[in-house]
Design a protein around this ligand. Sequence first.
Ligand code: TRP
Length: 430
Amino acid sequence: MTTRVLTGITPSGTPHLGNYVGAIRPAIAASRAPDIESFFFLADLHSLIKSQDPQRTQRATLEIAASWLACGLDPEHVWFYRQSDIRETTELMWFLTAIASKGILNRAHAYKAAVDKNREEGQDEDAGVSAGLFMYPVLMAADILIFKANQVPVGRDQIQHIEMARDFAQRFNHVYGKEYFPLPDVVIDEQVATLAGLDGRKMSKSYHNTIPLFVPREELKKLVFSILTDSRAPGEPKDTEGSALFQMYQAFATPEQTAAFAKAFADGISWGDAKQQLFERIDSELSPLRERYNALMAEPEKIEALLKRRGQQLREQLAAPLLEELRHAVGLRDLSDAGDIASEDAGEARAAPPLFKQYREKDGRFYFKLTAGDGTLLIQSEGFDSPRDAGQLIAVLKQAEQGDQLQSDLFKLEAEVDAVLAALAVLRAD
Ligand code: TRP
């Protein structure tokens, strides 16, 4: 079976050389591998959390689409689409929201960082924190699960999100009693280079030290010549180690070219000459990309048509049929046969998880009860003075119940192993 690899691209303006070397170029190279089915999408729904400027959202989406196409992504070989075109994703997000535990979302790094910062500043914990930021990981899980992706290559900061996607998938499968979703694996490329910026720190928009990917040739030259170097004079040997300039050269050169450049460093090449060589090296790789980018940006309607078409195909072939199945799974069904309880559902109804319900009686005391999936009363508590006391007992019971669940899963597994061993024994006897 082919492996499905899914990559989400956040539309955040024009990419820079660091994005190109560290993310875009390796991802496009990887998409050409045999036996994989690649999904690349523009995460425009996610971008709404950060920016509520409609024109900026539109522009950033176009720019990032043109960037990836210009860099060689083949939109007929991979699935290239816009997140918001797959309407089923947001519907799936709600199904996942319904089973996702809030406690897990509380622990998401981005949300926690915002809360911690507020606390430090003596503000209300949730000041300026949108529910969108809080729900971010659930939308991301929906992106992944809607196409049953097997692998998700991400940066380290996103590992936790993939783990959450696994958790939600597992829960959904468990609650609705079938392997609807494969569990996605996170893929971290340890090789990926982080490029140094103009000042030697990591190239990043937040440091204002970037070289934008598609700047005109003259502009590129100016930026390359502004790269920080030490004060060694021409003729003095230069260090390749720790040199942003050398590292950048390496990212755009063959091993032979890099070796020759290292020798020039040792031989005392002047910084001016080194910068000229670096500039020519980068420009020779980027100039065809720049041309393609400009051509694409001049005809945005072509990109629009492409994204529409691919999105439509994906919906028809994958997303819509899956949602139909999932709607049925969760009980959003044709009502005509709902009266016929004895039909197909008898088993499923029993499989529904038992439910705790807390409430207060007229006597002012706090009670809870546990009902089975089919509504049968399993436990009726006595009255408690405080809701906390009732809650604590529920927590204990829930833990015990989880233990039971584990136990029953183990029994099932044991039974399966026994069956396999028995089958093997029969085979051997033959
Ligand atoms: N959150 C990802 C990022 O900031 C982008 C993204 C959205 C994504 N949905 C995804 C990545 C699904 C992988 C899978 O980089």
